[in-house]
Design a protein. Structure first.
Length: 248
C-alpha cells in the first residue's frame, strides 16, 4: 500500500534520533546547502522582506538562521506537536550548543545574518498548523527542506505539496528548497519507518517550471558522513513565483 501524508502520525516524529543522526555537527552536505542558499539570499536586500515561511519546519534550525538575513519575521510552520515544542524551546530559551556552528557558518556565508544565534531566532514565530492550510500569497519568501518528498510515497501528493509551497508566496516572491534525491521509504533510529517519494532534478524541474520564473535546479552528491537512508544526494532549488499580471 502507498503511504500518504494523512496516514502518518507526525506527532511521533523521532526528534532525538533525527537530530542525533543529522544535525549534531555540520556535515559537508549541510555546508553545501547553506552555501547554495546564502548565495541566493545575498542577492536580496538585508531585512528586505517582511515575512517568510519555513514550510514544514521540523526541528532543523539552519534554514531559519539563513532566512533571518533577509526576512524581518519568519513563520516556522509544522503540524507535529513534538517539532513545535522543540522549536519553541530553542527560541524561547537557550538554543542547544550544537546549533552554534551552524550559525557561525551562516554568518561567514552571509554577514547579514544577525550576529548571535538568539538574535537570529528572535525573528521566528512558531506556528502549529498544517502547511496545506496556509493562505495563498501570504509570504514574500518560502523555504522548504526535505518536506514534500518526505511526507508521502505518492508522486501526485508530492506535486500537490510543491504547488501549495509555491501558492503561499505572493506573486514575484522568492522560493528556496532542498529535496532528498531518490529517497525511498526510510527508517530513523532503531525502528521508526517514514514515507519517501523518490525524486530527481528532472522531476523537480518539471513540477516547478510551470509554476515559477527564474527557476534554477542543481544537485549535490550523497554525503558519506550522513546515515545511508537510500538517497543519492540532494536536489537544490531557487526560483521566483510568477510576477503579478500586467494590466491590459
Amino acid at each position: 500500500m502507498t503511504t500518504h501524508n494523512d496516514d502518518v502520525d507526525w506527532d511521533r516524529w523521532p526528534i532525538a534520533d533525527y537530530l542525533a543522526e543529522n544535525y549534531r555537527e555540520v556535515h559537508p552536505a549541510d555546508a553545501a546547502v547553506m552555501a547554495h542558499h546564502s548565495a541566493f539570499y545575498r542577492r536580496l536586500a538585508p531585512d528586505g522582506l517582511a515575512r517568510g515561511v519555513e514550510f514544514g519546519a521540523g526541528p532543523n534550525l539552519y534554514p531559519l538562521i539563513l532566512a533571518s538575513a533577509v526576512c524581518r519575521r519568519v513563520d516556522a510552520v509544522d503540524a507535529g506537536s513534538g517539532n513545535v515544542g522543540y522549536l519553541r524551546r530553542q527560541i524561547c530559551h537557550r538554543p542547544e550548543a550544537s546549533w552554534l556552528p551552524f550559525h557561525a557558518l551562516a554568518r561567514r556565508l552571509d554577514p547579514a545574518v544577525p550576529g548571535t544565534l538568539p538574535r537570529a531566532l528572535a525573528r521566528v514565530d512558531v506556528v502549529h498548523a498544517d502547511v496545506r492550510d496556509l493562505p495563498a500569497g501570504g509570504y514574500d519568501l518560502a523555504s522548504m527542506h526535505f518536506v514534500a518528498e518526505g511526507a508521502t510515497e505518492d508522486r501526485d501528493e508530492f506535486t500537490a505539496f510543491c504547488r501549495l509551497f509555491v501558492r503561499c508566496v505572493a506573486p514575484g516572491g522568492y522560493l528556496v528548497a532542498a529535496f532528498m534525491e531518490n529517497m525511498p521509504t526510510y527508517r530513523i533510529g532503531p525502528a521508526s519507518r517514514w514515507p519517501g517519494c523518490p525524486v530527481d532534478t528532472g522531476i523537480v524541474r518539471r513540477v516547478f517550471t510551470p509554476l515559477t520564473s527564474e527557476l534554477a535546479v542543481t544537485r549535490i552528491d550523497a554525503d558519506p558522513t550522513l546515515p545511508d537512508y537510500g538517497d543519492t544526494g540532494m536536489v537544490l532549488l531557487t526560483a521566483r513565483t510568477a510576477p503579478p499580471a500586467r494590466p491590459r
